[in-house]
Design a binder for this molecule. Structure first.
Ligand code: B12
Length: 502
């Protein structure tokens, strides 16, 4: 690699880093980093380092920075283990190369920009949709200009931390395709229920709703921008023809907002013969016509993830779930999907304040009803974990009860807050251990009684053993101390999508 600031294939090098986000062998395409790489790829040379693939990314990035004279390192981070890794790696790099500008973006940085800058290891934060703002920042740092003119930027002016107004959001079809030539796509092909070579894409950005528990709201402020069906077909075709995909995960926050778009995408990708998975809302999908469902099932849609959130209409209202959400629709869509041959995955947010235990009992009863209707339905049981939000009743009550976000990056990196990010054991002031145990015990019993159909490692005998062992507990509603089930689940490494990712 050249030692000059300019790289032989055109333009200055910009380093980009995706910290460890999953367990080895389960890595997903680093779409956050690819999207900002796309914005600079014509005039700069983005060098992408993925912590999921290399042993010691800090040393590698330091070497690359020295060899290329790169001035800037862009880093993405979601709360949890990825954040802890981002902090450790950036701290090491900052100590070695104080002049290398470190820019963070993505969910965590958007929510906690000030904390990032006060850490002394992050120089800039880009909030929200990143492409246009990142491009402007990279140009400004290389060729001059005022930081006050870089939209969506959080930066330091002397002792003051400034937050610039957000950039207008850019329609996705106006953005360049991800520069897949900057990575080895084969490293990201995974095996799952969908296929032997599963890849991913993000066909839209944002969500029009403002649910009180959701991290997406502050990122996009209720906007939803979608790729056209033509573009989705183009990318999916490339995944299949060029990169050998036989399955696709569409990781959009809400793939199904527009029925016409979803149906047209289905029609267009049907000839590719792949299986696919995406996320949607119960109320939107309940209104889909038979004609659209025919196209969607014929195109290989095998699973749809939906936030059911609660079995109580009252709680859905407090959650500001919006639209026409109600628990009856969840039961309806569970039944509909059974007949369509699509596995529904339902996530629930349990233990909501002010009375977490009552909330949990209510949702447990609802889930039992749901499983009776569609035993193949997958469950993801989260515990309410506050996120920064301007209009959240849940956050307000949580704060009244003593909740506060960490005030430093080091605090965020502690085991307690990492566990908070996994939304299983958040250790919030309103959430007592008794409630946590109730959720986990119920989860162990119901998952054993209805073992997931999508875990490709769970074979017939283990499946029946789990079901038999859990039978008496489930029938009697006796969930306490299910040690025998937890031990067996550990032994067969029961897949927990809520901590491992899908
Ligand atoms: C793919 C994904 C994963 C992958 C890993 C992705 C990776 N980077 O390797 C897997 C499945 C492993 C995963 C795991 C987890 N995830 Co995850 N994940 C997602 C998902 C579905 C898509 C993210 C994505 O790629 N989007 C596409 C890109 C283009 O969008 P983007 O990331 O927002 O990036 C844009 C901007 O944010 C910004 N940007 C992003 N990074 C950067 C960096 C710079 C320098 C700049 C300038 C800009 C910038 O610009 C980009 C383009 O506009 C999101 C939900 C969603 N749909 O967004 C959840 C999400 C980010 N995950 C989340 C969580 C909680 C987790 C887990 C902790 C648990 C879980 N599964 O729920 C685990 C643990 C991860 C860990 N080890 O730390 C939460 C975060 C919540 C929060 N409070 O912030 C989300 C929002 C899901 C949700 N709805 O709650 N995840």
């Amino acid at each position: 690699m050249s030692t000059s600031q300019h790289n032989s294939d055109g333009g200055p090098v910009v380093l980009l880093f995706n910290p460890v986000s999953t367990s080895p062998g389960k890595q997903r395409l680093p779409m956050s980093i690819l999207s900002i790489a796309a914005a600079i790829d014509r005039d700069y040379v983005p060098v992408i380092v993925d912590g999921n693939l290399v042993e010691d990314p800090a040393t590698l990035l330091i070497e690359r920075a020295r060899a290329t004279g790169a001035r800037l390192l862009g880093v993405t981070a979601m709360p949890g283990p990825q954040l802890r890794h981002a902090i450790a790696v950036c701290r090491k790099i900052k100590a070695e190369l104080p002049a290398l500008a470190i820019v963070w973006g993505g969910y965590f940085a958007t929510h906690h920009g000030q904390v990032c800058l006060e850490s002394g290891i992050v120089d800039y934060v880009v909030e929200g949709q990143g492409e246009a703002a990142f491009r402007k920042l990279v140009d400004t740092l290389h060729y001059g200009g005022s930081l006050a003119d870089v939209p969506s930027l959080v930066w330091r002016e002397g002792a003051t931390i400034r937050v610039n107004p957000r950039a207008p959001m850019v329609p996705l079809d106006n953005l360049p395709l991800y520069p897949y030539h900057r990575i080895n796509v084969a490293d990201y092909r995974g095996k799952s229920y969908l296929g032997q070579a599963v890849l991913s894409h993000h066909t839209s950005f944002g969500c029009p709703f403002a649910c009180s528990f959701c991290a997406v709201v502050k990122l996009v402020n209720q906007r939803w921008l979608a790729e056209s069906p033509e573009r989705v077909e183009r990318v999916t075709r490339m995944m299949v023809d060029r990169f050998g995909a036989d399955g696709m995960e569409f990781h959009d926050m809400d793939f199904f907002v527009s029925e016409a778009r979803a149906a047209e995408i289905a029609e267009r990708i049907a000839p590719l013969g792949i299986n696919w998975w995406a996320l949607g809302r119960v109320d939107t999908l309940s209104n889909y016509s038979d004609e659209s469902w025919e196209k969607i099932t014929a195109s290989g849609c095998k699973m749809i993830f939906m936030g059911a959130e609660s079995g109580s209409l009252e709680t859905l209202k407090i959650m500001n779930k919006g639209g026409q959400s109600n628990p009856e629709k969840t039961l309806y869509i569970a039944d509909r999907m059974k007949h369509l041959g699509i596995v529904p995955e339902f996530s629930f947010v349990m233990g909501n304040p002010p009375d977490p235990l009552a909330d949990i009992e209510n949702t447990i009863q609802f889930i039992r009803k749901l499983k009776q209707i569609n035993p193949a339905a997958e469950l993801i049981l989260y515990i309410y974990t506050p996120v920064p939000h301007d209009r959240s009743e849940l956050l307000r009550v949580a704060q009244e009860m003593g909740f506060r976000f960490p005030q430093s990056l080091d605090e965020w990196a502690s085991p307690e807050w990492e566990s908070f990010a996994h939304r299983r054991d958040p250790n919030t002031p309103f959430f007592k251990d008794k409630a946590r145990r109730r959720v986990r015990d119920f989860e162990a019993v119901i998952n054993a009684y209805y073992p997931t159909v999508t875990d490709i490692r769970l074979q017939g005998v283990t499946r029946s053993l789990l079901k038999t062992l859990a039978g008496w507990r489930y029938k009697l509603g006796w969930y306490q101390w299910p040690y025998e089930l937890k031990a067996l689940q550990r032994l067969v490494q029961y897949r927990r999508p809520e901590t491992m990712g899908f």
